[in-house]
Design a protein around this ligand. Structure first.
Ligand SMILES: NC(=O)c1ccc[n+]([C@@H]2O[C@H](COP(=O)([O-])OP(=O)(O)OC[C@H]3O[C@@H](n4cnc5c(N)ncnc54)[C@H](OP(=O)(O)O)[C@@H]3O)[C@@H](O)[C@H]2O)c1
Length: 264
């Protein structure tokens, strides 16, 4: 059985994707009664208020709590036997070395997923230490493939990954929200501006997925002296690329800080 400790937003995104792929053997432990009820009613899955019970019943355990409370969880389950279990942590900034210390005798895997997992369009990056067998790694990849694409990378890249694909949906949604705001300022009704912006995002994503490079697509749309070029000139003159770089750098830095706080 696959268990989620913490039944919040990211756990819900992942379990929705997994259920859509037919994985029904799922248990969620969550302290909030209303949240447990929500998950039971919407997804017809089993829930519990006890993390110890979840660990005892599951062989794969996904840690989907906030990094700030992982120390409290470690204290709470100190006496629970995790021998032979597979622990998959999705917590931003929580290092493999920390997880190995807390979950002695288990195989620990660090993953950075993202919220498009809700629509099985997630991006998950996986890191493991040598102690994890190929079988266990492949099992984790198989599970993550249910919610989108999966890449395996050395842990040293995890803070950058957290900034780009982990937090990325928030940054892209911010850009889309700003386009909708700008559309309204130009006289479009909000619902019309939303349809235009979201469909433009979807279509652009499909072109990029088809293999057109982002820079190539910019050139394709921006004819000399045209409307796109006029807009791009503002982005370039105001240093938009620098702002985006600073944005990802701040997210990356926060991931490093969270790791340091835990002494990982
Ligand atoms: N959201 C994202 O886009 C995203 C992307 C990649 C990775 N992550 C990672 O995913 C993790 C979860 O993020 P989230 O956005 O899903 O947060 P969230 O919505 O706050 O979910 C965390 C859940 O865990 C519950 N919880 C708190 N203490 C617990 C305990 N001792 N045992 C079991 N459950 C407990 C919380 O309940 P209460 O509300 O009562 O505290 C909450 O329902 C974080 O570590 C984050 O770094 C998130």
């Amino acid at each position: 059985m696959i268990g989620f400790i913490g039944g919040g937003n990211m756990a819900e995104a992942m379990l929705k994707g997994m259920l859509a792929k037919g994985m029904r053997d799922v248990l969620v432990s969550e302290p909030r009664d209303d949240r447990r009820q929500h998950l039971r009613q919407l997804y017809d899955i089993d829930t519990t208020g006890s993390n110890a019970e979840l660990i005892n019943r599951c062989d794969v355990i996904i840690l989907a709590i906030k990094p700030q409370i992982v120390n409290a969880l470690a204290d709470e389950i100190r006496d629970v036997d995790v021998t032979g279990k597979v622990i998959i942590s999705i917590m931003a900034g929580v290092n493999l070395s920390y997880l190995e210390r807390v979950f002695l005798a288990a195989s620990v895997i660090r993953v950075m997923p993202n919220t498009p997992a809700l629509e099985q369009e997630g991006m998950s990056v996986v890191s493991v230490n040598e102690a994890v067998s190929e079988d266990v790694l492949n099992r984790a990849i198989e599970l993550l493939d249910c919610i989108g694409k999966t890449l395996v990378l050395p842990e040293a890249f995890m803070d950058a990954v957290t900034a780009l694909s982990g937090s990325g949906p928030g940054f892209i949604a911010y850009f889309v929200d700003s386009m909708i705001y700008a559309g309204e300022r130009l006289g479009l009704a909000r619902d019309i501006a939303t349809t235009l912006a979201v469909q433009t995002l979807t279509g652009t994503a499909k072109l990029l997925q088809a293999g057109i490079s982002p820079a190539g697509l910019v050139k394709m749309v921006a004819s000399p002296g045209g409307t796109t070029e006029a807009g791009l000139n503002v982005l370039n003159d105001r240093g938009a690329r620098g702002i985006i770089t600073q944005t990802l750098t701040a997210a990356c830095q926060r991931s490093i800080e969270l790791g340091k706080k835990l002494g990982g």
